[in-house]
Design a protein around this ligand. Structure first.
Ligand code: FAD
Length: 634
């Protein structure tokens, strides 16, 4: 068989976004030899694209904020399907992780009196998002990279080798996890530049590979989001939960076609921007759902007063959670009140001064100027929903981030549970840091228990992984050869049209039939030209099996959940059903097929339930679940 380079570590972190880097920092600081593998350039992870900010209840702008309020908002945003323990840890630990980031060298925007500034975002009761203009992700990644480099400097001083205990394998794609009797033994992959294979041996793997958006046609996600970590985990024996919940961000660019889907940050609305139909009407007042009626203003005057007097007024409905706003926009367009290019208007020009817009939203200003020739200081933007985030992911233990496979951990967007059926903006960056750190701690704990009994991947398994990776080169001669770009385009169209923002049972069943046909065709995916040296056609052919597998999980779980909740809206089951709240759908991989099973959520701890008014809980829980719960005092 071909020669394969080998490296041995204690921990392999797959992914160098916020979650992966924070996990790697933790394991390295605890003395573990750590490899970070990423398929993009180091520093180019998805996290770098995050714009609006990181949610943490520091209470700098409104001192009423605390972890309990953040917890409540997160649970409400997720329609109470969140793993309550993850939401609790997240709300409690997020401020510490933000302050820690400043000790690593981050510098957030400040309030007048020098504290970290915080901005409003959808679903957050108080201004809560720490930010650096609208380029927060860049600062987060820059800082974590800086910390990695400083740890490597320490290693050089101590061992004469920068990479003695922490090495980054950039532009290196992992295609398989290696197992030994069901336990993690390492990972197999290839260098994107020259196509050579690489095997990394370690008893622990932290998956931090991000999301799945590239399975959809219109998406804010970059080329990396092909669901690799989701698929790696599933094939290794882990389960994925909540896969039916896909977030469509309300505001992506709709025009010109080449940039359709690119994100328009929620900060535009957080800082005062409003949504209007083709006649200039602020339509969001028509879309405040019953469960949120008490907290959102029902006329423009009150909504506008809220910006200067948040205590005496209710919030503008433009700041409802994302699922609500995305559905509203979808409906406006469907009913013929959209813009010429099939979106609605997002207007910040009539709301803020030119100086404020360019200071608070510099990236948006440049994005529209350069990509759409629109000056957002004087013109309205055209926006519409875009596939943005997947709430579903690897089922993990909330405290340790451990998956069901011994030695496997997952953090960040690839992990499921934290956000329930819908993520609040800003809660991802905090999730990455809180659970990235916890995954690192979990890996250390596992290694300590493991002692000298380290699993070892077998040679036949490694050879088989290499053979599978090379298969698209053999398929080229076959008359049944399929082009990866064609199959990808068909997959994206199916997912967009049939498993998108508004779903229907018959459409999804037809999507599943089409997915099965695509899966059959994908067995003949072929490299049409070139060899193993930087060959995007080959890379896509390998990514396709992940996208198809993950799409099957999304569609199968979505068919099974016969209600509408958060990022899962069904025309044929439009209501939220309290009987479904306690049920989590788990996907597993059995005999070459995705199997969906129903799992019961553990009951929410009583002291956390008591943070809510009983009247509010009644909107989400069954009467049986609420028996004996005293009325909350919030
Ligand atoms: P990522 O940052 O995506 O990193 C994934 C890593 O995995 C990459 O290094 C990638 O190369 C690597 N990888 C993937 N597959 C493989 C493989 N097979 N082998 C090797 N490496 C692999 N959230 C907020 O909280 N606030 C915001 O303001 C915000 N703004 C956003 C704006 C945009 C435009 C987008 C798209 C998202 C935004 N989000 C925001 C969401 C947030 O940025 C992401 O959810 C988050 O960054 C995901 O981080 P991660 O560490 O899980 O993964």
């Amino acid at each position: 068989m071909v020669e394969i380079e080998r490296h041995d570590y204690d921990v392999i972190v797959i992914g160098a976004g916020g979650a992966g880097l924070r996990a790697a920092i933790e394991t390295r600081m605890r003395g573990l030899r750590t490899a970070v593998v990423c398929k993009s350039l180091f520093g180019k992870a998805h996290t770098v694209m995050a714009e609006g900010g990181i949610a943490a209840s520091m209470g700098n702008v409104n001192s009423s904020d605390d972890w309990q309020v953040h917890y409540r908002d997160t649970m409400r945003g997720g329609k109470f399907l969140n793993n309550w323990r993850m939401a609790e840890l997240h709300a409690k630990e997020a401020p510490q992780r933000v302050w820690e980031l400043e000790t690593y060298g981050a510098l957030f925007d400040r309030t007048g009196d020098g504290r970290i500034s915080q901005r409003n975002f959808g679903g957050h009761e108080y201004p809560r998002l720490a930010h650096v203009g609208d380029r927060t992700g860049l600062e987060l990644i820059r800082t974590l990279q800086q910390k990695i480099v400083s740890l490597q400097q320490d290693d050089h001083a101590e061992h004469g080798d920068y990479e003695a205990r922490l090495r980054v394998f950039a532009e290196c794609t992992v295609t398989e996890l290696l197992l030994d009797s069901g336990r993690i033994a390492g990972a197999f992959g290839y260098w994107r530049e020259n196509g050579r294979f690489i095997r990394l041996h370690a008893p622990t793997v932290v998956l931090a590979t991000g999301g799945i958006g590239k399975s959809f046609k219109v998406t804010s996600n970059s080329w990396e989001y092909t669901g690799d970590g989701h698929a790696l985990a599933l094939r290794a024996g882990a389960s994925l939960i909540n896969m039916e919940f896909v977030q469509f961000h309300p505001t992506g660019m709709v025009y010109p076609p080449s940039v359709k889907g690119i994100l328009v940050t929620e900060s535009v609305r957080g800082d005062g921007g409003v949504l209007r139909d083709c006649e200039g009407r602020r339509f969001m007042f028509d879309y405040i759902p019953e469960v949120f009626k008490d907290s959102y203003a029902d006329d423009e005057q009150e909504a506008d007063r809220w910006y200067s007097d948040p205590h005496g007024n209710r919030r503008p409905p433009e700041l409802l959670p994302r699922d609500e706003v995305a559905r509203a926009i979808n409906n406006e367009v469907k009913e013929g009140r959209g813009t010429p290019h099939g979106g609605v208007y997002l207007d910040v020009a009539s709301r803020l001064s030119t100086e404020e817009i360019t200071r608070r939203l510099p990236s948006m200003y440049h994005q529209f100027r350069e990509l759409a020739d629109v000056d957002i200081t004087s013109e309205k933007m055209e926006v519409g929903p875009t596939c943005h985030y997947v709430m579903g992911g690897v089922e993990v233990d909330p405290d340790t981030a451990a998956a069901r496979v011994p030695g496997l951990f997952a953090a960040g967007e690839v992990a499921g549970g934290m956000h329930g059926s819908n993520r609040l903006g800003g809660n991802s960056l905090s999730d990455l840091l809180v659970f990235g750190r916890r995954a690192g701690l979990g890996a250390e704990q596992y290694l300590r228990q493991l002692g000298a009994d380290r699993p070892e991947a077998s040679e036949p398994d490694v050879d088989a992984a290499a053979r599978r990776a090379l298969a698209p080169f053999d398929a080229g001669e076959s008359p049944a050869a399929e082009n990866a770009y064609t199959v990808h385009a068909e997959l994206q169209q199916i997912m967009n049209d049939l498993v998108g923002i508004i779903r229907d049972g018959d459409e999804m069943r037809s999507a599943l039939e089409s997915l099965a046909e695509l899966e059959r065709r994908s067995r003949n995916l072929a490299v049409m030209e070139g060899n193993r040296q930087f060959n995007p056609g080959w890379h896509l052919a390998l990514d396709m099996s992940n996208m198809l597998l993950v799409s099957e999980c999304v569609a199968k779980a979505a068919v099974r959940r016969t209600e509408s909740r958060g990022g899962h809206t069904r025309d044929d089951h439009p209501e939220m059903d309290p009987a479904w709240r306690r049920t989590v759908l788990a996907c597993s991989w059995r005999d070459g097929a995705v199997e969906v099973t129903e799992q019961e959520q553990p009951p929410v701890r009583a002291d956390l339930l008591e943070l809510f008014e009983l009247a509010e809980l009644r909107k989400y829980f069954t009467e049986e679940e609420l028996t004996g719960i005293p009325d909350g005092s919030t």
